[in-house]
Design a protein around this ligand. Structure first.
Ligand SMILES: Cc1cc2nc3c(=O)[nH]c(=O)nc-3n(C[C@H](O)[C@H](O)[C@H](O)COP(=O)(O)OP(=O)(O)OC[C@H]3O[C@@H](n4cnc5c(N)ncnc54)[C@H](O)[C@@H]3O)c2cc1C
Ligand code: SF4
Ligand code: SF4
Length: 1021
């Protein structure tokens, strides 16, 4: 079933009638989802590698029986199968020209936990962190702690023989798997486990492998790398272990270990029996500061002798990146002594805290022996430790966000060498990089001689400066080093496409032939993941690159597009050696930076979040790759590069992928490369609507700020939908607003008609006050608070006045009648009316600029409106005034928190008498504006405000009001927000977002309030 290369390079696509039959039969004979359109296939054509191969189709099985049926169909039609979990592989293991089977949506059950014997049986699509969450109450964990634990599936981890930071203590995946239940290529099922328990086909296979191993005993002993971190090839040494760490504790052979690290090329994993470990109750950390990088590398071998659970490297570049980030600086500074060239994080863990402290003492002594007395900072506090581990992750993330076509490329990032050679190896590799005009940042697993490093290469360029040539040259020289130091070329992330061709180099011809025999025995017709481990393509075959260079038969090109927003910051190039980027707008992007912004997604899969942070709520409820930030970025990239046909940007595929993006900006903050899908959605909508036109609903939503004054003049008419029988249903039919949803009630007494009693300062008065250094602010009262909840603005003003500020409410002065209000343009942006939004925002910017020039704070209440001034208005062509205003715009709580810290705010509050629960608006989370809410509410005695760990509430402006989104909106709310509210029936609920309050009212029948209201109510007058 192995397919020849096509004329265009890459594997030959399957004949169309075979693909049609495959799709037809999958739809007819299974319950799973068969996805065969170009956009779905394109989303599965990549993983976290640099490669791209279009699959024939994608299948998302509903259950194990579906997998069996799909394999039968594939075998009948001679279609190769590519098993897939989260698709976070870095070497192209999960891509191929056959049928991708994605087990991560439904194959996610924990089938059994035996706490007494410390084992668990799981399905392959289960995410590591989800298993560990189940195990935590039992005091257990599965200790292969890969950095992608929140995304990686256990099936994928087994496929890659993954390993974590603590592998020195716990080993790789292969050391922690006790059994594998698998679908074999002939359609039978087999259980792989300890030799003594094997029966039938598995027992015969074991005999076969043993005979093969015996035949190759000499080569195995001679050629097999002896380091623990060796994941290349098949584990033919299970009968004659060559690693410094044996496969099993008791030396018994376990045939399951043959499948671990086989990258889906031998069988499809149905179940995994895992060995669990007691969760260590204590951890302590010693941070060793080094004056030179080389000394840190020399020291590693001496530190592992102390029995640490991890020794992790952070180099100078990452230290500097961490210090640049205000949220990491304090933690990092606390661990540093001066400005070290590198630090090693040396962790000890176990049951006996006193013993761990003694180990820290030994570490201090050992460093003194090595001539570095006084170089260790001890961290016993778990929070301080956690923060420091996060610095390492953050550093990597910032490194990956380099703009321009040169990117840190992962291909030799996990060579493993014996520790005594680590210093010479890293020195030599650094020299190689320099010779090839690039450099890399070093980090990770010093304990096991596996350091991650990614040289910066431009894979889109041809020739000597191009990525492919440099990658090949560096790989060859790195391989020679690995051989010199008797290490393993493939030490953590697997072989895939980028290291497959090095298997023969590493193991020699005879063992390569033996691997081929294993493949032939288990998978004679090449059903499973062809081109992985056996017959791999060249790593530098440009036709397989996601960004194929001009010389490839399928070069990467983008369409020409005039964007409506300013993306020029991405339209740059960079210098691989210095990382300096050129001026905005000089990158040569045919879409003026929009495509390059989209291409920042490197498919690492970090957006497959379920528990922490905000991103990506639509994925959390659908578990569908299409509704993931990565899926959206890939769909946009395919459309912008013409892979989905003409006019694809404004076609159905992109529309569908964008449909459930709630614009929460979770990705803007949490995506390691800063993908800002909310902004991309605005850009997309502008083009889409320009082609397809605006609906009545779009106009109703967008123009609310325009008609709000009129509607509030005759509220009884405007509220007819809420009062007239049948009106809701009609509204749903005509405009798509869900009949089940309430709408905000119009009222006559808007803020602009009646701003309430109180000393509102005039524009002139605050300008004068600010000029003379007095306390003065401008309150930007947005359409929502002003029209529907003026009490919030009045409350905010009362609190500010109480603390001695003069408060001016920004308004459009009129000769007669109530003052008019300014609008940030948010509702227009939400439907893609960028020009109308620009008009609105320009008016607002013009009105605010005189205050900003005086350095006055511009305070707002509605997160999505105020934060528009810190985000979208910066890319709408307003120049310096927008920058000035952005730097002075802050939410009410942010302002108070700032003033508190400066000693300018003081007020006395009485206790609220009830617990306070806070739900942060997504945009507050995206702009790190949630902590100030807690900080300010702490001023209320005994309030102990608690943040609900929620993603988006699901309302997201008008998203949840739409009939088409009603269900998904409520599912988002039900993830954590509504259960948290139900669990605290007495709590005061604080939510600053108008739409969040609406969702809470609809979903939990609770009245949430703006923080300003709570503070105002508790003021002691
Ligand atoms: C930022 C980043 C950090 C990383 N950090 C680490 C790290 O610390 N340690 C580490 O080891 N790796 C790391 N990786 C690599 C990767 O995350 C891990 O290898 C992870 O375990 C892969 O899990 P997955 O679910 O994404 O598997 P996938 O990438 O989907 O698949 C991995 C392999 O398993 C096969 N497979 C999947 N399911 C099955 C099945 N049911 N049956 C048979 N074969 C199957 C696939 O065909 C493929 O060959 C990192 C990757 C990234 C992007
Ligand atoms: S969108 Fe961001 S987090 Fe998601 S895969 Fe792409 S780069 Fe990673
Ligand atoms: S804006 Fe929110 S919903 Fe949209 S892709 Fe980003 S995280 Fe997901």
């Amino acid at each position: 079933m192995t397919r020849e290369s096509s004329a265009a390079g890459g594997p030959e696509p399957l004949p169309p009638d075979t693909v049609a039959a495959l799709e037809r039969r999958l739809r007819r004979e299974t319950r799973g989802e068969a996805q065969f359109d170009a956009s779905a296939r394109g989303r599965y054509a990549t993983d976290a590698s640099i490669y791209q191969i279009m699959p024939a189709g994608v299948f998302v099985p509903a259950d194990d029986a579906d997998v069996g049926a799909a394999l039968d169909i594939a075998r009948d039609l001679r279609v190769p199968v590519i098993p897939r979990g989260a698709g976070t592989s870095q070497c192209g293991q999960t891509i191929g020209a056959g049928l991708v089977i994605d087990g991560s949506k439904h194959m996610i059950r924990v089938l059994d936990i035996d706490a007494a014997n410390r084992t668990a049986v799981v399905e392959p699509g289960l995410v590591l962190d989800h298993l560990n969450a189940r195990l935590a109450p039992l005091g257990l964990w599965f200790p292969v702690d890969v950095s992608t634990g929140a995304q990686a599936t256990l099936g994928g981890m087994a496929g890659n023989n993954s390993c974590g930071s603590r592998s020195i203590a716990h080993g790789n995946m292969v050391h922690n798997v006790l059994g594998v239940g698998a679908w074999l290529a002939d359609g039978t099922r087999a259980d792989f486990g300890p030799l003594a328990k094997l029966t039938g086909r598995a027992a015969a296979l074991a005999d076969f492998v043993r005979r093969l191993a015996e035949r190759h005993r000499r080569e195995i002993v001679e050629r097999w790398p002896k380091v623990m971190r060796r994941v290349g090839g098949y584990n033919l040494d299970i009968f004659d272990n060559q690693s410094e760490r044996p496969y099993t504790v008791d030396g018994q052979v376990n045939l399951a270990h043959l499948l671990i690290g086989s990258e889906g090329s031998l069988a499809y994993t149905r179940t995994l029996t895992l060995k669990l470990a007691p969760r260590p109750p204590h951890r302590v950390l010693g941070v060793v500061n080094f004056p030179s990088f080389r000394r840190s590398m020399e020291a590693a071998q001496h530190l592992v002798e102390l029995g640490p659970s991890a020794v992790e490297l952070v180099d100078r570049i990452m230290i500097d990146l961490g210090l640049e980030n205000p949220s990491y600086r304090p933690n990092l500074e606390a661990a540093l002594i001066g400005r070290p060239a590198a630090i090693l994080l040396v962790e000890f863990s176990g049951e006996d805290l006193a013993a761990l402290h003694s180990k820290l003492g030994l570490l201090v002594e050992r460093m003194a022996d090595l001539g570095l007395a006084g170089s260790v900072v001890s961290l016993a506090d778990p929070n301080a430790q956690k923060n420091l581990w996060e610095v390492r992750k953050a550093g990597l993330n910032i490194m990956m966000s380099l703009k321009g076509d040169g990117k840190p490329v992962s291909f030799i990032e996990d060579c493993a060498v014996p520790l005594e050679h680590l210093a010479d190896y890293t020195d030599a590799l650094t020299e190689i990089f320099a010779r090839h005009g690039t450099h890399g940042t070093w980090y990770a697993h010093a304990s096991v001689g596996t350091l991650h490093v990614r040289p910066i290469l431009d894979m889109r360029r041809d020739g000597p400066e191009g990525g492919a040539q440099r990658m090949r040259a560096i790989a060859e020289e790195a391989a020679a080093l690995v051989r010199r130091f008797r290490g393993a070329y493939s030490g953590e992330h697997g072989d895939g496409i980028c290291r497959g061709e090095w298997i023969r180099w590493q193991f020699g011809d005879a063992l390569d032939r033996a691997f081929r025999e294993i493949k032939r025995e288990l998978d004679p017709r090449g059903l499973f993941n062809p081109g992985k481990i056996i017959d791999p393509p060249r790593m530098d075959d440009g036709t397989l690159f996601r960004f194929a260079p001009p010389s490839a038969a399928n070069p990467y090109r983008t369409i020409t597009l005039e964007p409506v927003l300013d993306w020029s910051a991405w339209d740059v190039q960079n210098d691989p050696l210095t990382e300096k980027v050129t001026a905005p707008g000089t990158g040569g992007d045919t879409t003026r930076g929009f495509a390059k912004a989209v291409e920042m997604c490197n498919n690492n899969g970090h957006c497959r979040q379920f528990d922490a942070g905000t991103m990506c709520p639509s994925y959390r409820v659908t578990r569908d790759e299409q509704h993931l930030t990565r899926g959206r970025a890939n769909t946009l990239r395919l459309a912008l590069s013409g892979k989905l046909g003409p006019d694809a940007l404004t076609g159905d595929a992109v529309h569908e992928a964008m449909a459930l993006c709630v614009g929460c900006k979770g990705c803007k903050r949490e995506c390691p490369t800063g993908i800002d899908m909310a902004r991309m959605k605005i850009e997309f909508l502008a083009h889409y609507k320009a082609r397809h036109g605006y609906s009545l609903k779009d106009r109703l939503i967008a123009r609310l700020p325009d008609y709000s004054a009129l509607a509030s003049r005759w509220p009884w008419i405007a509220n007819l939908r809420e009062t007239l029988p049948g009106a809701r249903r009609l509204g749903e039919r005509l405009m798509g607003i869900s009949a089940q949803r309430s709408l905000p009630r119009w009222r006559r007494d808007t803020f602009w008609r009646d701003p309430g009693a109180g000393d509102w300062a005039s524009r002139e008065a605050v300008l004068e006050a600010a000029s003379s250094g007095a306390k003065a602010v401008v309150l930007f009262v947005d359409t929502f608070n002003g029209t529907f909840e003026r009490e919030n603005a009045m409350a905010a003003a009362r609190v500010l006045r109480y603390a001695g500020y003069r408060v001016h409410a920004l308004n459009k002065r009129r000769e007669a009648g109530p003052a008019g209000h300014f609008c940030c343009g948010r509702t227009f942006l939400a439907v893609g009316m960028v020009e109308r939004a620009r008009d609105k925002a320009r008016e607002l910017i013009d009105a605010l600029d005189e205050f900003a020039r005086l350095g006055m704070a511009i305070v707002g209440l509605e997160p999505s409106c105020l934060l528009t001034l810190r985000d979208e208005t910066l890319v709408m062509g307003f120049g310096e005034s927008a920058q000035r205003i952005a730097s002075q715009s802050m939410l009410f709580e942010e302002f108070i928190a700032r003033e508190l810290r400066a000693g300018r705010f003081s007020a006395r509050f009485k206790p609220a008498g009830r617990p306070v629960l806070v739900h942060g608006h997504c945009h507050q989370k995206a702009f790190a504006a949630v902590n100030p809410i807690l900080e300010v509410l702490e001023l209320i005695p005994d309030s102990k405000p608690r943040l609900i760990e929620s993603s988006c509430c699901g309302m997201a402006g008008s998203f949840g009001l739409e009939a088409a989104h009603q269900d998904v909106s409520m599912q988002m709310a039900e993830l954590t927000l509504l259960p948290a509210l139900r669990a605290a029936p007495d709590a005061i609920v604080v939510a600053d977002g108008t739409s969040c309050r609406h969702q809470i009212a609809d979903g939990a029948q609770r009245a949430a309030i703006h923080a300003a209201r709570l503070l105002d109510e508790q003021l002691i007058n």
